[in-house]
Design a protein around this ligand. Structure first.
Ligand SMILES: [Zn+2]
Ligand SMILES: [Zn+2]
Length: 266
């Protein structure tokens, strides 16, 4: 299926502590690159949790909402802007996600299960998972989040393979199948994420030379199930919209013949 990337629903801001640039420059460069729909989805700020360098503090909420809302109006005739968050699903914050959506503070949420949550703290990063136990846990926790229906899509569902040294073994296959089955059952798109192509390129993981993600065998599984696929630039710098490696993503969609969708219902 041919893919034109004239959208991005996965965009960060400097508030997360590992992205750069002014909010407005993301909008300006998105317009330059031909993007028609731009969703800001910074790493969610959790009340009571500070995770410097990974996400902004809860106190940034008002500034984030005001800034993106102003840009929405200011650029309304050039680009459609949505305001959201990229969030893990943790039961302890169930009420918070629902309030953000119910009150219209945000337009949408995307699901990304980056960390394990233990006793009010974010601990193990699933992108560093090196055991079958850890990747199976990732799959279970991710699917719990998918089942809430609070999220429009799953960002980098193949994150669990980022450091996993055993390749597409039995556990990796099981987790991939379970995620794809859930995506079909819940009619939820999965995101082919560009982030790791930018920050890591190809590297040796176990004895495979590959991207951390996208992890191709995962996406072959998605193809087999007929899962809907959306591309995420996962911009952390306004220049990311002009990165020529976006072509790698369109090539993957075409070569793997994925069921590409280019709009979310927001
Ligand atoms: Zn980030
Ligand atoms: Zn992201």
């Amino acid at each position: 299926m041919s893919a034109t990337i004239d959208y991005c629903y996965h965009t960060h801001t400097y508030r997360c502590g590992h992205a750069v640039g002014r909010d407005e420059d993301y909008v300006i460069n998105a317009i330059k690159s031909g993007i028609k729909v731009l969703g800001f989805s910074d790493h969610i700020f959790y009340p009571g949790i500070k995770q410097y360098g990974s996400r902004g503090n809860y106190e940034e909420l008002e500034g984030y909402v005001n800034s993106i809302s102003d840009l929405k109006d200011q650029y309304a005739d050039k680009i459609l802007i949505h305001l959201g968050f990229e969030a893990e699903y943790y039961r302890d914050f169930d009420y918070y996600y629902k309030e953000l959506l119910r009150t219209g503070i945000v337009d949408y949420l995307i699901l990304a299960q980056h960390y394990r949550y233990e006793h009010g703290r974010l601990t193990h990063y699933y992108g560093h998972s090196r055991t079958q136990e850890d990747i199976r846990e990732y799959g279970r926790e991710l699917i719990k989040g998918m089942e809430t229906k609070l999220f429009k899509y799953v960002a980098h569902p193949d994150l669990f393979m980022a450091s996993y040294p055993y390749g597409f073994d039995e556990a990796a296959k099981e987790v991939s199948e379970a995620i794809c089955q859930a995506a079909i059952r819940l009619d939820m798109p999965l995101e082919l994420n560009m982030g790791a192509i930018r920050f890591a390129g190809q590297r040796l993981i176990g004895n495979e030379y590959r991207y951390m993600y996208p992890y191709i065998p995962f996406w072959e599984t998605a193809k087999r199930y007929g899962v809907k696929v959306i591309v995420g630039i996962d911009a952390h710098d306004p220049r990311d919209f002009l990165d020529s490696r976006i072509a790698i993503m369109t090539d993957l969609v075409e070569k793997l013949d994925l069921k590409h969708i280019n709009r979310l219902d927001i």
